[in-house]
Design a protein around this ligand. Sequence first.
Ligand SMILES: *Cc1c(COP(=O)(O)O)cnc(C)c1O
Length: 424
Amino acid sequence: MTLKHDGVRPSDRWRDVARATGLLSPDGTARATIFAEMSALATRTGALNLGQGFPDIDGPDAVKRAAMDAIAGGVNQYPPGPGTLELRAAIAAHQDRHYGLDVNPDTEVLVTAGATEAIAAAVLALAGPGDEVLTLEPFYDSYAAVIALAGATHTTAALLPTPDGFRLDETALRAAFSPRTRIVLVNTPHNPTGAVLTRAELELIARLAVDHDTLVVTDEVYEHLVYDDAVHVPVATLPGMAERTLTISSAGKTFSFTGWKVGWVCGPAPLVEAVRTVKQFLTYVNGAPFQPAVALALGLETTDDAEAGWVHDLASSLAARRDVLGAGLEAAGFDVVRPQGTYFVVADGAPLLAGPLASLGLTDGAALCRRLPELAGVVGVPVSAFTLPGSDADAALRTCVRFTFVKNEDVLTEAVRRLARLGR
Ligand SMILES: *Cc1c(COP(=O)(O)O)cnc(C)c1O
């Protein structure tokens, strides 16, 4: 339907968001995101969907029961604005226990509608027109949208594949800082690359943030999903950084309850207050019966209860599943960068496009992804969904595809069996 009245035309800001997320072509026509396109393709073709990253096994039963008990027990009305004190205290205890971070549950913790809202409220509260928000690239897709919503400018520093995994390019990082950089939005462990930033990489970010007097906002939703000998280092633990850092995480990935949307942000009281003020008018509050359940989950994690060690076991099982899918992708002819954390592996299809699939004339990851269901019965997402068109990272990762391994092992085994067709 075409709109005939100027008064019902969408705003320019909506267009900025749509453009920043690829929902709007440069010529102004609307289109589906590549995520929606790939999920629809999986449904239509019956291909195994390794595109979207959500677990097919739910989190601990005791935690589910706590949420059901809360509903039955009448925890169904608005919780307190900053989140229940019980959950804020559990988050503060978690930060202390794992990282030695001292946060005051009354003034330095805010419960949000998932990490997504925490990121949105933080960017809206702390950046605006004229400011630059610097992210790693590739980046989680909501970043570009919310930076556009804030009217700020999105700048990036590339993570590029090396023999040692995806690593931060120091020259690119230094060059990406400017006098207008207001926030450095750091995601580690990193989606889509699976990189866990090293202490040295984070110290470099910290030094540049201090030199340019910028805030740091960290997205640590995969903080417990790290493999091998990788160690997750929160930026707030680096000397002098707690005072300029907002740390964001969520229950979704840690406890396999991605649909619950309970997240949080911790940091200095004045910054948390600014975020709370914005959050108050985005959702006000969320997830009343899930809050006591997540408080329980955060506590169980370190007790001798039967569920203790659940998160640790999840990480071990994910590391094993990463190995299954990684080996299968390699056998099929992809160049695989071994991820150290998260749900995801990035595989470069270049050897296939130039080799066994050369006759198809495919030139990039998006084209490969559109043909993968028919060629191999699986669906992935091109890494170009996480880059800015024309950037260095976009060029370097043009033929790369992101696959998730947070699926049952038999699904992954079947995916590997099907992928083996590709190299033949
Ligand atoms: C899944 C994900 C989120 C969203 O977390 P929610 O708690 O579901 O809002 C944020 N950042 C990254 C990098 C993610 O992968």
